[in-house]
Design a protein around this ligand. Structure first.
Ligand code: AGP
Length: 637
């Protein structure tokens, strides 16, 4: 069955304040979840009618629409959408409303059996107005409300709650829902299954949203909803029920995030600013995680787990997506080659359906900057469940999260968290979070090497001291390469394909260089382990295809140079990311990087590649911070 995928941010509010400014403010904070259309619905305070307003494209279009209306209401729902099916047109934007105009729904997720439900509704004469999966929900709720009224239930929030509960029992897939009904004009019903939803408790209002930043402006007191819960929100209170219809009572928690003012400074795009943030990213990470041992006076990695945590681990598996997976691959190289621990990296989307056999004393690491990536969360959930079914202690859930959002879904799954401390990243293309994820893996590799005794003290000291040198090194690199990569971009902004080559610890950097270029410039790019090129990709080469080769002195330097020669022999224009070093004269253009130890070279070689991608995309006049078809946080599979 073809799935309709809708990946979005939702926000809902009920209380005594004007709803529209709260909804718009919430949607601004959720735009990272999708930005191809947006919409809101409120119940008009006077007429008690549902009024909907939707716009194609970015949120600013909706804001412009709304500014031309004078709707007043204190209850409403809002949505920002990312879609792969059902074009980003107004008709597919949420909220979706039933044919009586009395029920409005916003949804984040996938209703997998929507076609079957739609067929059934159409047989009963229901007319559909969109191509989405979500539209079945308001129609089903309206049908249910009619049936319930026949049973003479009161026209209040409880009736809506019962109707929604009955409807969601027929839904297959994952969803976070917020529903308005004109019949209960102060009540909101929200429900979730495998998609995040958090309730915020304000002063005189309740707000509910897909993620905490949409709530943080209004309140810091939150109640994250558990999976398969449904809740009724009115200005007077909240009722939460689990899937067995048992009322749930638990204390709210306080939100540990502060509202960050994110300024573009004088940069043209957030992405460029975030690339420039990296010396500070390094400083923050070093300050937080490298501390002087009070006995020896030496710097040690200070992660918030005790030695026992590391001692029992015999192997590691890492699950991640996209850029986080590329960081994980550098991590895997370090954990195996530096710390001597067998480590495998998996695409989370593959792992969740075909995990390796469960072995004892395995640490599973989920890497996700957002902490919300659906495949990564599902892979981690599956691993927690798989292990909980084993009685032996050596299978006990050993889960670690590496994330920039400790308060996110992944942060709530485990108490073993490395907070990468990169600060908010606005650009959809990850840059400083990648850098901070890398640093976090260096910390882990050092910790494991010490505890397992797999490296000499001197090697460990050298690596720590190399890390300490990073902030000024990265600063210099930025100075050096910003202008030159803008110039290089001028020559290459029109190419159709680019090949990135790297080996060993820099192979994942070739992958990341290619991913950065394609996601923001829409130029086809592919990263390969340099030694693999001759096994197929070499057929792509001619003078129109630039080859960018990362060549850092160490184990495989000569091999990378030979592979670059092979590309040159096929007329490719060769760009090197390498120090000024014997052998690098073969490059037609050299993006010079300082000579460092091979171990830390990924933290250096990525910088010119980020800058080059940025400048190519900017030169092409593209929307660098919000590239087409992407979202900062991919919350559906
Ligand atoms: C990064 O530039 C990409 N936009 C994307 O690949 C991203 O890394 C991926 O979706 C995983 O996100 P996460 O780190 O939030 O899990």
């Amino acid at each position: 069955m073809k799935k309709i995928v809708s990946m979005c941010g939702i926000v809902a509010v009920t209380g005594y304040k004007k709803a529209i400014p709260l909804l718009i403010d919430g949607l601004k904070k959720l735009e990272y979840r999708g930005y191809d259309s947006a919409g809101i619905a409120v119940i008009n305070s006077e007429t008690k009618e549902i009024i909907c307003n939707k716009a194609e494209g970015k949120l600013k279009n909706l804001i412009c629409n709304v500014s031309h209306t004078n709707i007043e209401g204190t209850i409403g729902i809002g949505h920002t959408r990312w879609a792969t099916h059902g074009k980003p047109e107004v008709k597919n934007a949420h909220p979706h409303v039933d044919n009586s105009g009395k029920v409005a729904v916003v949804q984040n997720g996938i209703i997998e059996n929507y076609q079957e439900l739609k067929n059934r509704l159409e047989k009963d004469g229901v007319v559909f107005h969109s191509d989405t999966d979500t539209e079945v929900i308001p129609h089903l709720i309206q049908k249910e409300l009619i049936a319930l009224n026949k049973l003479k239930l009161d026209n209040n929030g409880s009736t809506l709650l019962v109707a929604v509960r009955n409807v969601i029992s027929d839904l297959e897939g994952s969803y976070a829902l917020a529903i308005l009904w004109a019949g209960a004009p102060e009540s909101l019903v929200v429900a979730r299954k495998q998609a995040p939803l958090i309730i915020g408790i304000g002063e005189g209002e309740f707000i509910c949203a897909s993620d905490t930043p949409a709530i943080a402006n209004l309140t810091k007191i939150i109640l994250p909803m558990e999976d398969e819960e449904i809740a009724l929100l009115t200005p007077l209170g909240i009722e939460i029920y689990d899937s067995n219809n048992e009322r749930q009572y638990r204390n709210p928690i306080s939100l540990q995030i502060s509202e960050q003012v994110i300024d573009k400074m004088n940069f043209k795009h957030y992405m460029l600013k975030e690339i420039y943030d990296q010396p500070d990213t390094a400083k923050n990470w070093l300050e937080k995680y490298l501390v002087k041992d009070s006995n020896t006076g030496k710097l040690e990695v200070n992660y918030p787990f005790d030695t026992k945590f590391f001692e029992s681990i015999e192997r590691i598996e890492i699950v991640a997506c996209g850029t986080s997976k590329n960081a994980a691959m550098v991590g895997s190289y370090l954990l195996q080659q530096f710390s001597g621990i067998p480590t495998n990296v998996f695409y989370a989307s593959e792992f969740r359906y075909s995990p390796p056999p469960l072995l004892p004393n395995t640490l599973t690491i989920g890497v996700t900057q957002s902490g919300e990536t659906a495949d990564t969360i599902a892979a981690i959930n599956m691993e927690i469940k798989r292990r909980s079914l084993m009685s032996e202690k050596r299978y006990k859930p050993n889960i670690l999260a590496i994330t920039n959002r400790v308060e996110s879904s992944i942060g709530r799954k485990t108490s073993n968290i490395i907070d990468i401390c990169a600060g908010t990243e606005i650009g959809v293309a990850a840059t400083k979070t990648f850098f901070a994820q890398l640093l976090s893996f260096y910390g882990l590799a050092i910790k494991f090497a010490q505890i397992k005794g797999s490296q000499s003290n001197q090697n460990i000291r050298e690596l720590i001291s190399d890390l300490v040198q990073l902030p000024p090194l990265v600063e210099e690199l930025l100075e050096k390469h910003n202008k030159s990569s803008a110039k290089l971009a001028h020559d290459f902004f029109n190419v159709k394909d680019v090949i990135f080559l790297g080996r060993g610890i820099n192979y994942p950097i070739a992958l990341e260089g290619a991913l950065k270029l394609k996601e923001i410039s829409y130029i086809h790019a592919a990263g390969y382990p340099a030694g693999e090129m001759k096994h197929g990709p070499i057929a792509l080469l001619d003078k129109k295809v630039p080859v960018i080769s990362i060549a850092t002195p160490g184990e495989v330097f000569d091999k990378v140079i030979s592979n670059a020669q092979e590309a040159k022999a096929r007329d490719a224009y060769l760009i090197g990311v390498a120090p000024d070093y014997s052998g690098t004269e073969i490059f037609d253009y050299l993006m010079t990087i300082p000579l460092t130890s091979e171990w830390i070279s990924p933290l250096i070689s990525i910088i010119p590649l980020q800058l080059l991608s940025y400048h190519i995309a900017a030169h092409r006049g593209l929307d660098v911070d919000q590239p087409r078809n992407l979202a900062k946080s991919v919350t559906v599979e």
